[in-house]
Design a protein. Structure first.
Lengths: 113, 112
């Protein structure tokens, strides 16, 4: 099925550990996004990539890095995880000409202890 | 001030009721608007776009008031399956892409 695939679905980290969240889309979309969702805060944009080879900061980029590996893949890295990064992370993709908004992945539930 | 504000609810309504949600946005440059639906522990999914002239999709009606910078969603004849969180979304366009700005959502509970 066409869509956005995120891995892993669940992860528990210890404070200070690092990890990379993976995201891949097979819809040939140019733009990809990483959001985090916390209770009462809605979805907040961490980083986005308007096209292959470009990345830009969103609303809450501190503590994260991203890599647009190719057109399909956009990864999010936590270099030194902190409890404040406990959240649900969603990857999404879109096409500028498509006014239907984003297609989201199913999310990664991350707990930092 | 949040860019997109919604009443978090929950709105608790009986089956068959009509319920309306409002959403306000602060950036007058916002150019496009959506309502997304999010089920518990799932990803958000597009419910409908919002057009200036207002639009309907079955039991759902969306309205936009640019002058007052608010968006509304009306659900008629509520079903149990309508229970979810409804996210108001505005688009900000850049040179080669766009960003969606999400409200924190309004939770709807439809009871038998």
């Amino acid at each position: 099925n066409a869509g956005v695939t995120q891995t892993p679905k669940f992860q528990v980290l210890k404070t200070g550990q690092s990890m990379t969240l993976q995201c891949a889309q097979d819809m040939n979309h140019n733009s990809m996004y990483w959001y985090r969702q916390d209770p009462g805060m809605g979805l907040r944009l961490i980083y986005y990539s308007a096209s292959e080879g470009t990345t830009d900061k969103g609303e809450v980029p501190n503590g994260y890095n991203v890599s647009r590996l190719n057109k399909r893949e956009f990864s999010l890295r936590l270099e030194s995880a902190a409890p404040s990064q406990t959240s649900v992370y969603f990857c999404a993709s879109s096409e500028v000409q498509d006014y239907r908004g984003y297609t989201f992945g199913s999310g990664t539930r991350l707990t930092v202890v | 001030r949040k860019e997109v504000e919604q009443d978090p609810g929950p709105f608790n309504v009986p089956e068959g009721a009509t319920v309306a949600f409002n959403c306000t946005y602060s950036n007058s440059a916002s150019q496009s608007f959506f309502w997304y639906r999010q089920d518990c522990r799932k990803e958000p999914k597009l419910l409908m776009s919002v057009y200036s002239s207002g639009n309907e999709d079955g039991r759902f009606t969306a309205q936009l008031n640019r002058a007052s910078q608010y968006i509304s969603l009306l659900i008629r004849d509520s079903k149990l399956s309508d229970s979810a969180t409804y996210l108001c979304v505005v688009i900000l366009w850049g040179d080669s892409s766009y960003k969606l700005i999400f409200g924190s959502g309004t939770r709807l509970l439809v009871r038998p």
